[in-house]
Design a protein around this ligand. Structure first.
Ligand code: BG6
Length: 479
């Protein structure tokens, strides 16, 4: 018996703003990602009180503008994915290529032509496209002039965008996700909701209102997609961070339960079950917000109830530990959420705590709660790779990370979890979302480009390239 089901979707994942480049080509508008400075100061700048989405090219560099020039080299990149045997490729459609400012009524044909070609290239290689409709790259105009997702008008703009791409690609693309890491707004609403402190991103009421508007928008996309083609599989997408209490103290256990509910389950409860969870009032109340203060109509609630998602896509990189009793516990970094140091785990060079067993727990937690198919659409190790004199890159640390996580997936499948596929993040090196660095690399394919923008952009295969090819060829038997 094989560990993974027949037809398991092995592949890789990227996002338009982190690899395409060509940020102002062929009518593309400016997105929020295009004004995020590169370097470790990125979140500090975005999180400051006075950040107002201004571009300041004298002060900062903007690596997303060039990405890895996938816009011009996508055929070469997809050929490499095909050589690894990818069954699927997860990418996103840049909203600003289709609707440059976001509030137009007619789409930009040149932008659509790019995705026509990209999707056809995947299909030519028998690679199933998996599309994220919105991945941290909403039009800047919507963030600046409309104040981001807290504004209800965005539902209509997103619906128009989603309708255009769903109609155009419904016969070619079966798997979709409506919003990347929708729950990330809990700690950082700039990326997914287009809200910073100067436009109300520091106010939890705005975050919840924005979520509600996104839930409605997501359900509208699900409705449109299913009406166009009932075979379409449209998922939600969250960051999942397995969360442990630091010890057996019931007070810490309770804090852990709350963090789990609020961070890991709030959005999925709404998008999968179609209803706000029972703990909503408490979660909002503890932050001074009343559900009745939000702009929510009966029609919204009916729509959310009726048009739930078909599967749960999620990213998993690390786990988190919680304490409310240890005041001097070491804080650690993490994927848009922090936590305290877990003494049983090692961390990546960026401080993310590596935890393959946590993935098995995540898969079981999610599956037991929802009994809905799961798709791991991001996982991987951000690391500094060294190119040897002969050009080889021995990324055994990455192979080790991925191997242990795939073993955990196999264990979860044996536990009975319905797992559809696995698309490790940044299958080709790209610009990091949290720090805008190139040196934080995830890929099987190396791209010769540094943090300052120097390099030939040549692609080369890392050791993990052949390793992953074998994993796919043997459907996960050979690790
Ligand atoms: C996820 C995002 O949070 O993690 C990706 O969906 C991101 O866009 C990935 O790139 C890895 O994070 P980072 O900050 O290392 O690029």
């Amino acid at each position: 018996m094989t560990k993974f089901p027949k037809g398991f979707l092995w592949g890789g994942a990227t996002a338009a703003n982190q690899l395409e480049g060509g940020y102002d080509r062929d009518g593309k508008g400016i997105s929020v990602a295009d004004v995020m400075p590169g370097g470790k100061i990125r979140f500090q700048v975005l999180g400051s009180e006075d950040f107002d989405w201004s571009l300041d090219q004298d002060k900062y560099i903007y690596p997303n503008h060039r990405g890895i020039e996938h816009y011009d080299r996508f055929k070469e990149d997809i050929a490499l994915f095909a050589e690894m045997g990818f069954k699927c490729y997860r990418f996103s459609i840049a909203w600003t290529r289709i609707f440059p400012k976001g509030d137009e009524t007619t789409p930009n044909e040149a932008g659509l032509k790019f995705y026509d070609a990209l999707i056809d290239e995947c299909l030519k290689h028998d690679i199933e496209p998996v599309v994220t409709i919105s991945h941290y790259e909403m039009p800047l105009h919507l963030a600046k002039e409309y104040g981001g997702w807290k504004n209800r008008q965005l539902i209509e703009f997103y619906e128009r965008f989603a309708k255009v791409v769903l109609e155009r690609y419904q016969s070619k693309v079966k798997y979709w996700m409506t919003f990347n890491e929708i729950n990330s707004a809990f700690h950082f609403p700039a990326l997914s909701q287009g809200m910073v402190k100067s436009t109300g991103g520091g106010d939890f009421k705005n975050i919840v209102q924005a979520w509600h508007n996104q839930f409605v928008a997501s359900s509208k996309a699900v409705k449109i997609g299913h009406e166009l083609n009932p075979d379409l599989q449209i998922g939600c997408m969250i960051i999942y961070a397995t969360t442990y209490s630091i010890d057996a103290n019931p007070v810490n256990q309770l804090a852990t339960m709350k963090q789990n509910q609020e961070f890991n389950f709030f959005c999925t409860d709404v998008q999968v079950r179609g209803e706000y969870p029972a703990f909503t009032d408490r979660m909002l109340g503890e932050r001074g917000v009343a559900f009745s203060d939000l702009e929510i109509t009966d029609e919204d609630l009916a729509l959310i109830k009726e048009h739930t998602v078909d599967y749960i896509g999620f990213s998993y990189y690390m786990s988190s530990a919680v304490t409310v009793t240890e005041e001097d516990a070491d804080e650690v970094a993490g994927n848009l959420l922090g936590g305290v140091r877990n003494p049983f785990l090692e961390a990546s060079a960026w401080g993310w705590q590596i935890d393959p067993e946590g993935l098995r727990l995540a898969l079981n937690e999610l599956y037991n709660r929802y009994q809905t198919p799961l798709f791991i659409v991001e996982n991987g190790l951000g690391a500094i790779d060294e190119v040897k004199e002969d050009g080889t890159i021995e990324d055994d640390y990455r192979i080790d990370y991925l191997r242990r996580h795939i073993e955990a997936m196999a264990d979860a499948v044996a536990d009975g979890v319905d797992l559809m596929g696995y698309t490790p993040w940044g299958c080709i090196d790209l610009v990091s979302a949290s720090t805008g660095e190139m040196s934080k690399r995830y890929g099987f394919i190396y791209v010769d480009l540094d943090d300052e923008g120097n390099g030939t952009l040549d692609r080369s295969k890392k050791k993990s390239f052949d390793w992953y090819k074998e994993v796919i060829a043997t459907n996960g038997e050979q690790l």
